[in-house]
Design a protein around this ligand. Sequence first.
Ligand SMILES: Nc1ncnc2c1ncn2[C@@H]1O[C@H](COP(=O)(O)OP(=O)(O)OP(=O)(O)O)[C@@H](O)[C@H]1O
Length: 261
Amino acid sequence: MNLNVDHLSVSFSTVNIVNDVSLKVRNKQFVGLIGPNGCGKSTLLKSIYKVIKPRQGDVFLSELNVMKSSPKVVAQKLGVVGQFNELSFDFTVREMVAMGRTPHKGMLETDNQEDQSIVSGALRRVNLEGHADRSYNSLSGGEKQRVILARVLAQQPEFMILDEPTNHLDIKFQLQILNIVKKLDIGILAALHDLTLAAEYCDYLYVMKDGQVAASGKPEDILTKELIGQVFDVSCETYRNPVTGGLGIAYLETRGTPERL
Ligand SMILES: Nc1ncnc2c1ncn2[C@@H]1O[C@H](COP(=O)(O)OP(=O)(O)OP(=O)(O)O)[C@@H](O)[C@H]1O
């Protein structure tokens, strides 16, 4: 399934937060969205997955017009791992993951054996089967993040949006989540902060600055020290990592800041 975002703009009162952004994710591509804090990544993603209404623009998942479709129809195709995962009500981990099946069920239809086995499989994939009966609210930030991924896996989407999915996670689980997502072999659009991981996992990157796309291309082509300096305001050198052969980034010193943090 492809994602096509066409000239999308989002404003809050009179302030333009996302300004005429167009992007594409081809079937089975893993595309990263990078950019500094506050540049509009989450706002863009939320307007793609229908939490925020854009001022203008269109979003298509293959032939499905996302703006004109009901949330349930969109949720049958699109899975989302958002940035904040707090809950007011207390559900068990298994109940949370079972919610991933909801878009595929009729109004009064209850979960059947197949749903239960999909939920157990999703919990196993994120190494949380031992936590199935725990209260979701009692989990650590990283465990919650993995429950949310399990819920999306149970949803069996054909496209996935992730907003900083490795937030809260130690390096083992960062890699685990990115590996699970990569292996799904579906289209992925993910906002990521770690540029080295973005270079490692993404087939293509969009770089945002001040609500606009400042650059796009294959990670090895666009993640230059000049672009990183311009967009993130840090000086760095890039190099080929001698162990992995991938992109290495050595950060030097922030530029233009009057005081060191
Ligand atoms: N509901 C809102 N009302 C007003 N301003 C908002 C609202 N939501 C977001 N903003 C502002 O829009 C800008 C972009 O926020 P957004 O969360 O999209 O950035 P981001 O690139 O995802 O940042 P981060 O990397 O810190 O998560 C910020 O200045 C933010 O304060």
